[in-house]
Design a protein around this ligand. Structure first.
Ligand SMILES: Nc1ncnc2c1ncn2[C@@H]1O[C@H](COP(=O)(O)OP(=O)(O)O)[C@@H](O)[C@H]1O
Ligand SMILES: [Mg+2]
Length: 324
């Protein structure tokens, strides 16, 4: 089965799913009752603070750990011990640390792992993987001589050796400088275009917002799941912020008669935050009301909440992780 055909909608089975999946280490809860479905070709962001259970989720879905309870499907296959070999054939995990042999060259590393994974037509796969991460001209460099960003690209090439349908990337840009992180982002975009389903863990919100079709926010339990813009709309009321030169004497009188304005509060001197159903509908009326009231307007702006606002709202108000 190839991922590109799947992505065009020939199958309705999810690429990955979890149903009330939990993993405990003794008394410690790594993650609890996590449920989601991810379609083929989707780039799915798994966000959460340190210790939230992201890596443990990846290791569990990647057949490296046995779940404590719940069920899952990976690359369309039920996550069971009997399916372990077949699942591992269809997926790849790029772990947090690259784990390369530093004294060996890039090519030797890839040859070594291709042997280990028993990759058929290894030479072609290695060339493809090197091409995909744009490293062919560094093939003979020792991995130890490469920058952290380049090593991360070699690790990505290694993860591509088996031409996975589902690729798990565990904090792929952690510790990289902005330029190297940007290169990894571009490579992930390239994989998306090839139809690879990507499960990306990160605590970088800009990364999730830029790369992911949908995101889940995990803090041991799943806090929310959806498209970044959808999450913003669900969590935050839409607002208009009005700034005036001097305080408005009777704000109730000015704002509450305007169609589409549900309420208002002051947010600093001469700054009024209006709750509105649709800023595009309310703003013209608000402007007219302000002019009529002789208010000297400095600005009227529509609020913009970032994924970071969503994340902080959900995670900051949560109980600290790591306590069971
Ligand atoms: N092998 C293990 N044995 C015991 N506890 C573990 C093990 N692996 C992870 N944990 C614990 O599970 C929790 C989640 O860890 P982890 O999945 O690494 O989080 P994240 O990747 O989100 O930072 C943490 O409290 C961590 O200490
Ligand atoms: Mg981790």
């Amino acid at each position: 089965m190839d991922a590109v055909t799947e992505g065009s909608g020939t199958s309705t089975a999810p690429a990955l799913s979890a149903d009330r999946l939990s993993k405990h280490f003794g008394d410690r809860v790594a993650f609890e009752e996590v449920s989601f479905e991810i379609g083929y070709g989707e780039v799915f962001g798994f966000l959460g603070p340190n210790g939230a259970g992201k890596t443990t989720t990846v290791r569990t879905l990647g057949t490296l750990l046995t779940p404590t309870s719940g069920s899952a499907t990976v690359a369309g296959l039920p996550l069971t011990p009997e399916n372990g070999v077949e699942i591992r054939r269809q997926i790849s995990i790029m772990p947090e640390s690259p784990g390369l042999y530093l004294r060996l060259s890039v090519l030797e590393n890839l040859q070594c792992f291709a042997d280990l994974y028993e990759v058929p037509a290894a030479r072609d796969r290695i060339d493809d993987a090197l091409g995909a991460v744009r490293l062919p001209d560094r093939a003979n460099d020792a991995c130890g001589a490469l920058s952290k960003g380049l090593r991360q690209r070699v690790a990505l090439a290694r993860a591509l050796l088996n031409d996975p349908q589902v690729l798990f990337l565990d904090e792929p840009t952690s510790g990289l400088d902005p330029v190297a992180a940007r290169e990894v982002h571009d490579l992930i975009d390239g994989l998306r275009r090839r139809g690879v389903t990507i499960f990306l863990t990160t605590h970088r919100l800009d990364e999730a917002e830029r790369l992911c079709d949908r995101v889940a926010i995990l803090n041991t339990a799943l806090r929310t799941i959806g498209r970044p813009d959808q999450l913003r709309d669900e969590l935050f009321a839409r607002t208009l912020t009005v700034r005036t030169v001097a305080p408005i004497p009777e704000p109730d009188h000015v704002f509450l008669g305007v169609p589409g304005v549900a309420g208002w509060h002051e947010d600093g001197p001469s700054t009024y935050v209006l709750t509105v159903a649709d800023p595009a509908v309310a703003a013209p009326g608000v402007t007219r009301a302000l002019v009529k009231a002789d208010a000297d307007v400095l600005s009227i702006t529509v609020s913009h909440h970032s994924l970071e606002d969503v994340y902080l709202e959900l995670v900051d108000n949560d109980v600290p992780v790591g306590r069971s």
